[in-house]
Design a protein around this ligand. Structure first.
Ligand code: ADP
Length: 150
């Protein structure tokens, strides 16, 4: 059976931290699907289409990585594409508290689904999408936090 992992997130924007998780997980899986949650209740800062293009550009040379949008529950989306793993990054204990309950809920919804966590690389642990958006909004340079240029 193919080992397919979904990395779900808002990716608003996709950062060097996200890229690092994908690259480090490549030896573990046959395919990694970067799944952008299309949660209409949440207004995006970077448009979905734009971010989809930038993520594609980032992994253009990596055939194991693909990008998809999804609506609704991650567990249902994973089932629909035959993925048996969810991939998430952990930066700190706050991430852990949140991810702990989410991963248990996901396994309740889809018992075949395991969540695999990679601990963030220390040099990237301070990068968060919220901060990137804030800097960008007020005209600061964010390219060194991203794997592509804006
Ligand atoms: P969400 O909207 O679900 O919080 P994000 O787009 O912020 O999603 O992040 C998706 C995943 O990437 C989460 O598992 C998050 O912990 C992880 N992540 C975000 N930033 C980093 C980082 N700097 N290093 C490692 N993992 C990260």
């Amino acid at each position: 059976m193919k080992r397919i992992a979904v990395l779900p997130g808002s990716f608003d924007p996709f950062t060097l931290g996200h890229q690092d998780i994908v690259v480090r997980a490549l030896p573990l899986f046959d395919e990694i699907v970067v799944a952008i949650g299309d949660n209409s209740a949440k207004n995006r800062y970077f448009p979905m289409e734009f971010m989809e293009e930038k993520i594609k550009e980032t992994f253009h040379a990596e055939p194991k990585v693909s990008i998809q949008r999804f609506k609704g529950l991650t567990a249902h989306f994973a089932l629909s594409i035959g993925a048996n793993y969810i991939l998430r990054g952990l930066r700190n204990t706050t991430d852990f508290e949140y991810e702990n309950s989410i991963s248990q809920a996901n396994r309740m919804l889809n018992p075949g689904l395991e969540t695999v966590f990679l601990i963030t690389s220390p040099s990237l642990s301070a990068i968060r999408s919220t901060i990137v958006r804030e800097i960008h909004k007020y005209g600061g340079q964010v390219n060194e936090l991203l794997p592509y240029s804006l």
